[in-house]
Design a protein around this ligand. Structure first.
Ligand code: FES
Length: 147
């Protein structure tokens, strides 16, 4: 049911961990299954993602998609990272079963949430980036968020 790539990234997830003093951190959750994903980005002065780490408290497909998503954004510019959609992640993994497609959305949303955090901290705007709806990062003052 799962491709070899999904199994590989599930069994050997890349870039697991955290980054201290990260340029941007994004945490998102899926209300339906309760799974949570957090992405840390280390972005240099030229806007290049030098390092990325993730923590996922979730299903195997969520682990595999976060792992692949981190591989896809590493070394890329912020603008290029915006192209890493859940579709791109799924393609890179040779597909996911239909019931697991929502899991790949977490990875895209977590990256966007981390980019949003980075943009906010630096007072910049990233083209095409909208405020994440499901960012549940503790310590942020977005009281109007529902989760
Ligand atoms: Fe929740 Fe996969 S079942 S992210």
């Amino acid at each position: 049911m799962y491709s070899e790539k999904v199994m590989d990234h599930f069994n050997h997830p890349r870039n697991v961990g955290e980054i201290e003093n990260a340029s941007g951190v994004g945490t998102v959750g899926n209300a339906k299954c309760g799974d949570i994903m957090r992405i840390y980005l280390d972005i240099d002065d030229d806007g290049i993602i030098r390092d990325v780490k993730f923590k996922t408290f979730g299903c195997g497909a969520a682990v595999a998609t976060s792992s692949m998503a981190t591989e896809l954004v590493k070394g890329k510019s912020v603008q290029e990272a915006m192209q890493v959609t859940n579709k791109a992640v799924m393609e890179a993994l040779d597909g996911l079963p239909p019931v697991k497609v929502h899991c790949s959305l977490l990875a895209e949303e977590a990256i966007h949430a981390a980019l949003w955090d980075y943009a906010k901290k630096n007072g910049i705007e990233i083209e095409g980036l909208q405020q994440p709806k499901s960012d549940i990062h503790e310590g942020e003052e977005e009281e109007e968020e529902e989760y």
